[in-house]
Design a protein around this ligand. Structure first.
Ligand code: ATR
Length: 280
């Protein structure tokens, strides 16, 4: 059945976002009537923006930096997954306002499972402890990873993340770590780059300090959602480590959000058509 969807992205800034292109193209393919706006929302006007979106009849909206945590206090309900991850990126209209969900974790899961890597019992290294890192780590534990060594500039954030996610799964897998410690351990691992280092057109910065760090790495996944090769991916390639960027995760989190808005599923074929049409 054809759906009419009025949605948007709120964030600060939002100008660079591919979300309108992804959502409206899927809409066209599914035969739905989709409008998707970019609503630049400075932190101080988050509450009033949400009220305005409700008054103007928005069915839902996506949330990006810097509002993924701050938004909690303006929502009627938050899903368990979003609460554990500590970040909401998709909101759906209900009777009195909006409820919050996290589709980054599902988006990462679909993209990772598609690669066909067997994760069970294998150790992982995650750079970062922000919203994206939390969604990735949540999923890695869900998929049965071994130890998860987290390298982050701010140790307190890693400890907070460990409390929330290990606490939820009743595990003790998340370890505060450094490149030096992991190299000394000599354990083989999969590596996930979940910081914002490398974000921005033409940015070739790389979070890895020592290229030899990748000597024991089977696979490097950069969550930064840019079509070009990032500094992290370049370093993986230079050490013959297979690698993938964050565009698939971006697409799948949007697809899951679309499925929420439209209440019907988007097939693999629909996604392929959308990718062909948008060049993503
Ligand atoms: P997102 O929702 O995209 O994850 P975020 O929650 O702001 O955004 O998290 C960004 C992550 O990138 C954090 O882990 C941050 O490190 P801190 O926790 O120390 O802030 C990391 N990050 C950003 N810029 C960085 C830099 N220049 N060097 C190292 N880490 C950086």
């Amino acid at each position: 059945m054809k759906k009419t969807i009025k949605a948007c992205l709120i964030g600060y800034p939002v100008g660079h976002s591919k979300s309108p292109l992804i959502h409206t193209t899927i809409g066209k393919i599914k035969g739905d009537d989709v409008s998707y706006d970019l609503v630049e929302t400075p932190p101080e006007s988050l509450g009033e923006t949400i009220e305005r979106l409700f008054d103007e009849g928005y069915d839902g909206f996506n949330v990006t930096v810097p509002h993924k945590c701050e938004i909690f206090k303006y929502l009627n309900e938050v899903s368990d997954k979003a609460r554990v991850i500590g970040a909401v990126n998709t909101c759906l209209r209900d009777e009195h306002g909006y409820s919050g969900y996290n589709t980054d974790a599902g988006g990462f899961e679909r993209s990772f499972v598609e690669i066909g890597i067997e994760l069970a019992g294998h150790d992982c290294v995650v750079y970062g402890a922000g919203g994206v890192a939390r969604a990735v780590i949540y999923t890695l534990i869900k998929l049965g990873a071994g130890n998860i060594y987290v390298i982050n500039r701010t140790t307190e954030k890693t400890l907070e993340l460990k409390k929330d996610i290990d606490g939820f799964f009743e595990t003790d897998k998340i370890k505060v770590s450094t490149e030096e410690e992991i190299m000394a351990l000599g354990t083989p691992f999969y590596c996930f780059q979940c910081t914002s280092v490398g974000l921005g057109e033409g940015n070739t910065d790389c979070i890895i300090k020592n290229p030899h760090f990748l000597d024991n790495c089977f696979f490097g996944y950069d969550t930064v959602p840019v079509p070009e090769e990032t500094g992290f991916m370049k370093m993986c390639k230079s050490t013959n480590t297979p690698t993938i960027g964050g565009v698939d995760m971006l697409i799948y989190q949007a697809v899951i959000a679309y499925e929420f808005y439209a209440s019907h599923s988007v097939s693999y074929e629909d996604i392929s058509k959308m990718r062909k049409e948008t060049g993503l």
